[in-house]
Design a protein around this ligand. Structure first.
Ligand SMILES: Cc1ncc(COP(=O)(O)O)c(C=O)c1O
Length: 392
């Protein structure tokens, strides 16, 4: 059979992109109506909005009172790079990379900062490096959820409570969908357009008291541009953690983040957000478990991401295709579903094995995931009909 019948219904919301991610259910542009547009972000009204993001973020995520939370420039990348440039170099660092973003941080540390004492632990897409190898008395840099590889860190058990190094965690596709062990994390970063479906442009930077201590007692040997500076005259720039941003934020993006946080509170807070995301993974996985052509790129159930759910194609003919044809076949599934208005932006990341990636973060309705699944079979049947004869 080459053509399966068209599934009866389509997802109400076809946005399954891994970033920017789907807006929260019911979002309209009216959510931004209260934005103090045309006003200074340093005016009382602007600063109050920025502080509100910080306060609501702390409450929803349960971030300890003695941790600082700042809104910083240049999205998650900006937040991670501020941390790397400001904190590293005091001692050796262990870097963990199992997909392209972690690999990017390795490049920063080895080729840009050119640190001398670096150990790199790598794993292929869909897997994690051996966490037991990490020495927590050195600094450690890692992503919590590998957005492009579909594997996440299952817990913080491998991080020593009495460590001497700092744990620097890029958690952009994890926070609000996964439990974060705050006591084990010294620096945590993310951006607004991920699990809560906010707008791009701004980064969040969370610092433990030990990270603050490093900032105020250690001065890197290299110069720091204004956009990365977290201290002034050897003291922490406390204003950054009270809504005094280094440069000008988008107040529309800020308003949208407040809306997203209010939605998070309304649906039941962090527990409910995690449950929504886990339900999305469970729906995809139940379908994968009976699929004869697709599987989770992450073979180990313990490390499967509930946000960036990566699918590999296991149909025997697919393995025999050339690399170009593999990529073309996977792209064809994506474009068929895009054309139908069933799913947008579900192609695997460009450096990942050819396949699909379905975002299952908290703003995605499980009913929409359920509605998408039969369409994957529908699209694959057409791709199989086109590509299988090439290798028969
Ligand atoms: C794990 C991870 N790190 C960093 C980034 C870059 O984030 P941003 O575009 O917010 O700078 C992404 C984006 O998808 C990501 O998934």
């Amino acid at each position: 059979m080459t053509e399966l019948p068209r599934p009866a219904s389509k997802p109400a919301n076809p946005n399954f992109s891994s970033g920017p991610c789907a807006k929260r259910p019911g979002w309209t542009v009216q959510a931004l109506a209260g934005t103090p547009v045309g006003r200074s972000h340093r005016a009382k009204i602007g600063k109050a909005r920025l502080e509100e993001v910080i306060t609501r973020t702390r409450a929803v995520l349960g971030i300890p009172d003695d941790y600082r939370i700042g809104i910083v420039p240049a999205s998650d990348t900006g937040a991670v790079e501020m941390a790397l440039w400001s904190l590293l170099g005091e001692r050796g660092v262990d870097m963990m990379a199992w997909e392209s973003f972690g690999e990017g941080w390795v490049t920063d540390v080895t080729k840009q900062l050119k640190l001398a004492d670096v150990r790199v632990f790598r794993a292929p897409y869909g897997e994690l490096p051996d966490l037991a190898q990490v020495d927590c008395d050195r600094d450690v840099v890692f992503t919590w959820n590998g957005t492009t590889g579909g594997a996440r860190i299952p817990n913080g058990d491998w991080i020593k409570p009495d460590r001497k190094g700092l744990t620097i965690c890029d958690a952009t596709s994890a926070v609000f969908a996964m439990a974060m062990p705050w006591d084990k994390l010294d620096v945590v970063t993310w951006s607004w357009q991920k699990v809560l479906g906010g707008e791009g442009g701004h980064g969040m930077l969370v610092l433990s008291p030990r990270a603050v201590e490093r900032l105020t007692t250690y001065k890197p040997a290299w110069p720091l541009p204004k956009i990365f500076r977290l201290t002034s005259g050897g003291k922490l720039a406390e204003g950054i953690f009270k809504g005094e941003t280094i440069n000008t934020p988008s107040m529309i993006a800020v308003e949208d983040q407040i809306d997203a946080l209010k939605w998070a509170e309304q649906v039941g807070g962090l527990k409910a957000l995690i449950a929504r995301s886990e339900a999305n993974l469970a729906a995809v996985q139940a379908w994968l478990d009976q699929s004869d052509w697709a599987e989770n790129l992450a073979k180990d159930a313990k490390v499967r991401s509930c946000t960036s759910i990566c699918l590999a194609i296991k149909a025997p003919f697919f393995a025999k295709l050339s690399d170009d044809d593999k990529a073309a076949a996977a792209k064809k599934i994506v474009s068929l579903l895009d054309k139908e208005g069933v799913a947008y932006d579900i192609g695997a990341y460009r450096d990942a094995p050819p396949g699909l990636r379905i975002w299952g973060g908290a703003t995605v309705e499980t009913a929409d995931i359920q509605a998408l699944l039969p369409w994957l079979d529908w699209a694959f049947a057409q791709v199989k009909a086109e590509f299988e004869p090439k290798v028969q």
